[in-house]
Write a protein that binds this ligand. Structure first.
Ligand code: G3D
Ligand code: MG
Length: 185
């Protein structure tokens, strides 16, 4: 096997993604579930952000994900440009038990993402806390409607508490980013 072929077999990519959504929708919980045992975070107080790394393998493609998670929403206002710098994708997260968290996806979080991430930014919509069946106020259909309205690449409901659909959610975003960069799996 030539060197070139060897390289093709072991491609490595590094992508920065941001997790966006109102306070307490479950952003940090989603990351903790996804990263599991190898939880590895680096809190940047000046940015008000946790930066968490995870390596994922899709077929023979290695992707190092650098996930930026807001720690306290107030600092975000002043450091938005840093937060979004070099970002290739976003998880837009709302809480199925609180209507205003879905409204804010379109009016707040997506507006920021579009403003600061000009080219090649992909995003998926996540309705979290699907395990809280009695407290749910946003039906699945409403989430789907919002996803098509804002042209999200995908829509998925998750439970960070039970660990449901977490791998799937991150994997959908990674595949979308790879596709967006012309990488065929
Ligand atoms: P944030 O990072 O978006 O601010 P967190 O949100 O991850 O800190 O979660 C906020 C609260 O929601 C936490 O509860 C957390 O346990 C809970 N939570 C997150 N995801 C889920 C979920 O899928 N289901 C349920 N039932 N709860 C969830 P506390 O009580 O620690 O504040
Ligand atoms: Mg958090």
């Amino acid at each position: 096997m030539s060197n070139e072929e060897a390289n093709l077999d072991e491609r490595e990519f590094v992508y920065k993604i941001v997790i966006l959504g109102d306070a307490a929708v479950g952003k940090t919980s989603l990351i903790s579930q996804f990263v599991e045992g190898s939880f590895n975070e680096d809190y940047k107080p000046t940015l008000g952000a946790n930066i968490v790394r995870k390596d994922v393998n899709l077929n023979s493609t290695k992707v190092r994900l650098i996930m930026w998670d807001l720690a306290g929403q107030e600092k975000y206002q002043v450091v938005r440009s840093m937060y979004f710098q070099g970002c290739q994708g976003a998880l837009l997260v709302y809480d199925v038990t609180r209507y205003n968290t879905l409204d804010n996806i379109n009016t707040k979080w997506l507006q920021d993402f579009k403003k600061y991430v000009k080219k090649k930014g992909v995003f998926i919509l996540i309705g979290n806390k699907s395990d809280l069946k009695d407290q749910r106020v946003i039906p699945t259909e409403k989430g789907k409607d919002m996803a098509s309205k804002i042209k999200a690449s995908h829509f998925i409901e998750t439970s960070a508490k039970l660990g449901e659909n977490i791998e799937e959610a991150f994997s959908l975003l990674v595949q979308e980013i790879l596709g967006n960069h012309g990488v065929n799996l």
